[in-house]
Design a protein around this ligand. Structure first.
Ligand code: ARG
Length: 461
């Protein structure tokens, strides 16, 4: 007979053009294991209500096991007439246990509550995998921070030299946002851990089935408070899309820096051969393709989120077929991150930093001028005046083509009587670093503590 789940009131089958438009198995087939898990739980609540005998339940579960194995082996696959994963699997079940028994499973459930539940099951599983991959990246950033010890680099604002910082401090500044992304996924899971099973098409089921029992069997914390919300809401899917986009954006910011650091002009890093690519025409080229792909895929991830939110905008309650468009964006986000993160982590873990070059540039661009001003403040000079004096030092240096430590004692007193020779002590990178000694600062001792706290945070997840 026809595989369709809704043939009764129709005189004929759908046109081929409609069947092709309607088809979702090319992307929702990945939900098949979750659909079968949902069917097992549903069969048990039907049995609990006396709608399946014990013998029927046993045969149903055996049929579902067989179907699961045949899906896993590729023996059973969807066909064009199947429309979606739910239809295909009902056909597969009927083929295995007969129409009499196989046809009983759909009682009290709808594809609307099924799909809302299955997407959550799948995304919760993927969120755990993505969190693990993010924590791997955080650990690799921590390893690089540790391996580079007290090495300084030029700290920048507006991409201009600002103040020297530890390379480790800068690397850890890329780790914390990723930790927050992991925490976002964990917090998101509280809202995702709600099963829509039992919501039916929109109004709930009249068969007295227990939604909480299904929810518990499928690993959810609870079931939906409102069957309309259960079937029609996709905010949890969109929130997953947001976190994915945020991860993409976070990776793109580190990517941009790696791309710049790898230029001849910067020469701050060398990429490992295993994590860089060559040019088909220019034999000398070594390109940071992983960082560029990460930067590019951030756009794609933002697009996934934007597309999904646009689909949801102004959609009336309850289920509308538009909602079928929720899956491809988030599946793409999952696939993108799972492809990208291992390569990205490998690239970061194998970066070789040119510490000598970074140290040499750390004091350049008058990056110690703030230290002059703050030294003056410690001598009792108001900051407003100290800023002017330090600025005058920079002006004199620029005129003479020298750097701040090149000013003689006479130069200093000529600029301001407040500038004694003691100021020289802060005109070193290590002095500047050591002095930023409050919590969160770049002083080596503080960065060591920061690294320990980051490691403890990773271990706690
Ligand atoms: N394939 C649909 C989706 O992804 C679920 C099926 C609901 N279809 C329906 N005609 N009510 O949202």
């Amino acid at each position: 007979g026809p595989t369709r789940l809704w043939g009764g009131r129709f005189a004929g089958g759908p046109s081929e053009a409609l069947a092709r438009l309607s088809l979702s198995t090319q992307f929702d087939w990945r939900l098949a294991p979750h659909d079968i898990a949902g069917s097992r739980a549903h069969a048990r609540v039907l049995h609990n209500r006396g709608l399946l005998t014990s013998d029927e339940l046993d045969r149903m579960l055996a049929g579902l096991d067989q179907l699961e194995a045949d899906v896993a082996s590729g023996e059973f696959t969807p066909v064009l007439a199947d429309e979606d994963v739910h239809t295909a699997l009902e056909r597969g079940l009927v083929e295995r246990v007969g129409a009499d028994l196989g046809g009983r499973l759909r009682a009290g459930r709808s594809r609307n509550d099924q799909i809302a539940t299955l997407v959550r099951m799948y995304l919760r599983e993927q969120a755990r995998a993505i969190s693990g991959e993010l924590l791997d990246l955080v650990s690799v950033l921590a390893d690089q921070a540790e391996a580079n010890g007290d090495a300084p680099m030029p700290g920048r604002t507006h991409l201009q030299h600002a103040q020297p910082v530890l390379l480790a401090h800068h690397l850890l500044a890329h780790a914390w946002p990723l930790v927050r992304d992991v925490e976002r996924l964990r917090d998101w899971d509280r809202r995702a851990a709600v099963s829509a099973y039992g919501s039916g098409a929109l109004a709930g089921s009249s068969l007295g089935l227990d939604p909480e029992a299904v929810a518990a069997e499928l690993g959810f914390a609870t079931s939906a408070e409102n069957s309309i919300d259960g079937t029609a809401a996709r905010d949890v899917v969109a929130e997953f899309g947001f976190v994915s986009a945020m991860v993409g954006v976070d990776l793109s910011r580190l990517s941009e820096e790696i791309i710049v650091w790898a230029t001849k002009e910067f020469s701050f890093v060398t990429l490992d051969d295993a994590y860089s690519t060559g040019s088909s025409i220019m034999p000398q080229k070594k390109n940071p393709d992983i960082a560029e792909l990460a930067r590019g895929k951030a756009g794609r991830l933002v697009g996934d989120l934007t597309g999904l939110l646009t689909t949801l905008k102004a959609l009336p309650l309850a289920y509308n077929r538009d909602l079928q468009e929720d899956k491809e964006p988030v599946f793409d986000a999952v696939d993108t991150l799972r492809l990208l993160l291992p390569a990205f982590t490998g690239m970061v873990g194998t970066l070789a930093f040119n510490r000598a070059r970074m140290a040499e540039l750390a004091p350049e661009g008058f990056s110690l001028a703030t230290d002059v001003a703050e030294w003056l403040v410690r001598q009792g000079v108001p900051f407003r005046e100290a800023h002017e004096i330090a600025g005058a030092c920079v002006r004199v240096c620029e005129e003479r083509g020298i750097d701040l430590p090149g000013l003689t004692d006479e130069d200093l007193t000529a600029i301001s009587p407040h500038l004694g020779p003691g100021v020289r002590e802060v005109l070193t990178v290590s002095g500047a670093l050591e002095s930023r000694a409050a919590k969160g600062g770049t002083a080596p001792a503080r960065v060591k503590e920061q690294l320990e706290r980051l490691r403890a945070t990773v271990a706690g997840h």
